[in-house]
Design a protein around this ligand. Structure first.
Ligand code: MG
Ligand code: ZN
Length: 358
């Protein structure tokens, strides 16, 4: 009898122990992020990142990320993607044809993660150094059959409820239009605050657009610290209880590589690196922010070689004036960051983000 009692006590104790070892408090659900910051280096393949590492005396921001992986960038129509299809695949998780913004190959609009997060009550923002209607930012904010329709894309942006913060260039598509509309005036009437420069911003809580140039901003370093400063300001304005989504683009890494201009490429990479430091400093302090850095494609077919082949010097060698088909890197930090290691399709980035955000 006594032995039986002992055994049953033992069984209960074992059961209790095993249940307590696997209770909710012990087997904690992985922490989810409140904020998401996606950074896209347009045209930034592995060699573009390596060009920064080779020319930086100090550790780069890329080396601060605990996880990294590769993204497959081909589009629905082409093995070599453009920024419209590449940006759309990242923004909404669907492969589409080159040139198409925010639609699937059947021209059906697909909501972007910016729009989905806005619908969930998060604040949203876009910060770029090109015209805000250009392919990459457009893929997050608009749906159009062609990236060339800058004025239609500007009109769509002016009529939407998101984003809350939009910093970049491209004022001419809002004010010098074939249809004669002055979208800047219309947007002021709708409650936007609109300026030419960041220091003019007075009210952090108002929907705010800064169009710092008629078209794209100047190349680095001529535009100063616009991208890191705009990023810091956007984070300050967006940070709130419900969280935020922010897309930041190093837009002109691509332009420098189209021009096969290695000096400007390195300046653009330094500018993007400084911006990454701003984002990581915030994310480290905040503890609730998932940061994902990737590219839409590689530009220039960049390799870093010794033309004599004896490894005594390095030369930046571009093999094309357009894009190439190679893996682009993915770097991640914060809650859920481990989901971005390995090889992923560019269409998988959105779901890996979504499953790690509360
Ligand atoms: Mg772009
Ligand atoms: Zn390009």
């Amino acid at each position: 009898m006594k032995m039986r009692r002992f055994l049953s006590v033992l069984l209960v104790a074992t059961a209790l122990f095993s249940s307590s070892c696997c209770s909710d408090s012990e087997k904690q659900a992985p922490k989810k992020a409140k904020n998401v910051i996606v950074l896209i280096g347009d045209g930034m393949g592995p060699a573009q990142v390596y060009s920064l590492i080779l020319t930086s005396p100090e550790k780069t921001a890329f080396q601060r990320f605990p996880y990294s992986g590769f993204s497959v960038t081909k589009s629905a129509s082409n093995e070599i993607t453009d920024s419209a299809a590449g940006g759309s695949a990242i923004a909404n998780g669907n492969k589409t044809n080159n040139g198409v913004i925010g639609m699937n190959p059947d021209s059906i609009p697909v909501p972007s993660m910016l729009e989905i997060f806005a619908g969930q009550g998060k604040k949203t923002g876009v910060v770029v150094t090109c015209a805000v209607t250009h392919a990459t930012p457009a893929a997050f904010m608009a749906h159009n059959i062609s990236r060339k329709n800058n004025e239609e894309i500007a009109l769509e942006i002016s009529e939407k409820d998101c984003p809350d913060v939009l910093f970049g260039g491209g004022k001419k598509y809002f004010t010098e239009r074939k249809d004669g509309l002055d979208l800047v005036s219309k947007m002021w009437e709708k409650g936007w605050n609109i300026y030419d420069s960041l220091p003019q911003i007075e009210d952090n809580n108002a929907r705010t657009m800064v169009l710092a140039d008629r078209k794209h901003l100047a190349e680095a370093p001529k535009r100063g610290d616009f991208l890191p400063n705009a990023t810091a300001k956007a984070i300050e304005m967006l940070d709130n209880e419900k969280g935020f989504f922010l897309m930041i683009e190093g837009s002109q890494i691509d332009f420098a590589c189209h021009d096969n201009d290695s000096a400007t490429l390195v300046e653009e990479m330094r500018d993007f690196n400084k911006t990454l430091d701003v984002v990581l400093d915030f994310a480290e302090k905040d503890g609730n922010t998932l940061v994902v850095v990737t590219a839409d494609h590689e530009t220039g077919g960049l390799t870093i070689i010794d033309p004599e082949g004896n490894y005594t010097r390095t030369d930046f060698h571009f093999s094309t004036g357009s894009h190439s088909a190679v893996f682009v890197p993915v770097f991640s930090y914060g809650p859920g960051a481990e989901r971005f290691s390995g090889v992923m399709d560019n269409t998988e980035i959105i779901s890996r983000i979504m499953e790690n955000v509360k």
